[in-house]
Design a protein around this ligand. Sequence first.
Ligand SMILES: NC(=O)C1=CN([C@@H]2O[C@H](COP(=O)(O)OP(=O)(O)OC[C@H]3O[C@@H](n4cnc5c(N)ncnc54)[C@H](OP(=O)(O)O)[C@@H]3O)[C@@H](O)[C@H]2O)C=CC1
Ligand SMILES: CC(=O)N[C@@H](CCC(=O)OP(=O)(O)O)C(=O)O
Length: 342
Amino acid sequence: MAVRAAVAGASGYAGGELLRLLLVHPEVEIGALTGNSNAGQRLGALQPHLMPLADRVLEPTTAEALAGHDVVFLALPHGQSAAVAEQLGPDVLVVDMGADFRLKDAGDWEKFYGSEHAGTWPYGLPELPGARAALEGSKRIAVPGCYPTAVSLALFPAYAAGLAEAEAVIVAASGTSGAGKAAKPHLLGSEVMGSMSPYGVGGVHRHTPEMIQNLSAAAGTPVTVSFTPTLAPMPRGILATCSAKATDGVSAESLRAAYEKAYADEPFVHLLPEGQWPATSAVYGSNAVQIQVAYDQAAGRVIVISAIDNLTKGTAGGALQSMNIALGLDEATGLTTIGVAP
Ligand SMILES: NC(=O)C1=CN([C@@H]2O[C@H](COP(=O)(O)OP(=O)(O)OC[C@H]3O[C@@H](n4cnc5c(N)ncnc54)[C@H](OP(=O)(O)O)[C@@H]3O)[C@@H](O)[C@H]2O)C=CC1
Ligand SMILES: CC(=O)N[C@@H](CCC(=O)OP(=O)(O)O)C(=O)O
C-alpha cells in the first residue's frame, strides 16, 4: 500500500526539491500540497520543473489540509513548524525540514533563533553514530541544516576516532538556493553574479550550535567551532573546508583509515580516491556526499573537505532518506548518487 505524503511549503525551494524526489519514489503517493502567500496558485506557475504536478492547486497550510496522510513534510520557515506539528496527531510521521526541533539545548535555541524552544526530535542525519536506531519507527524527524550536514559528515569520523583536538575551523561556500526563495537584497542577481562574499561572520550563524552539538557528541567532549559561511554564485551546492588541530601521533595513513572505516558501508558518502577533490558540480541534484581528507603535517592540522547539494542531501534527500528508515523501507529508496553534469 502506498505511503500517502503531504508537503507543506510546496511553493518553496526545499518543498520543490522534495516533490521532485517524491515523484519518483516508488512507495509514495503525493497528497496535499500547501503554501502560504501562494495558496490558490497552480503549482506549475511556481515550480515549472514539476510537470506531473503542474495542475495541482496549493491549499493554505492548515491542519485540515494536512490531515489523512501517513507522512507530512514541513518545508516552512523556522519557527512555523511546531504549531502545525502539534495538530497532526502522534500516529502521523512528521518530517520537519526547518530548524525547530534540531537543537537539544533550549538556551542555544533562544540565543540563535530568538524564540521559545519547541523541543527536540530524532535527528535526520543517519550516518551519525546512533542516528539510525533513533530514526527507526520514529513518528517525528528533525532534518539537519544544510551546512551542519556537510560539516558533521566531514568531521565526525576524525572526532569519533580521537584524531582531532576539540576545536574546528570551518569555511563553507553555499549556492544561493540555500537562502530560500524570498527576495533579499544581497541575493539579487547583480549582487551575486561573479562575486563571492561572506556573511554571518564571527560565531553568529545559527547553524553553529548544531555543528557543535554533533561534533561534541562524536568527540565525547565539548568542541568549539569557528564557522564562516560564504555565498557563491551558483544556484545549488555546498563546499565545506573543515580543519582541526591533529592529536598527537596522527598520520596521513591513520586519518585516511578512520574515514575508510567510517564510510565503508554508507550508500551516500564517497571518500574520494587520493588526489581527487570534492566538487559541488559532481553532486548536483544527487543525495551523494563527496569527502576528501588530508593531513597538513607542517601545520599539524587535519583537513577535511566535503561537497553536497544543499537542496538534496542538505535537506530534501536527507529528509527522504530518514523517512525511509522511519518507515522500515530500504534507506536508498527513491534516492540517487548520480549527479547532473556538466
Ligand atoms: N533552501 C535550502 O537549501 C534549505 C532549506 N532548509 C529549510 O527548509 C525550510 C524551507 O526553506 P526554503 O524552501 O529554502 O524557503 P522558501 O522561502 O523557498 O519557501 C518557504 C515556504 O514556506 C511557506 N511559508 C512562508 N511563510 C509561511 C508561514 N508563515 N506559514 C506557512 N508557510 C509559510 C512559503 O509559502 P508561499 O511561497 O506560498 O508564501 C514557501 O512554500 C526552511 O526552514 C529552511 O531553513 C533546510 C536546509 C536547506
Ligand atoms: C545561503 C544561505 O543563506 N543559506 C542559509 C542556510 C539554509 C538552511 O539550512 O536553513 P535552516 O537552518 O533554516 O533550515 C543561511 O545561511 O541561513
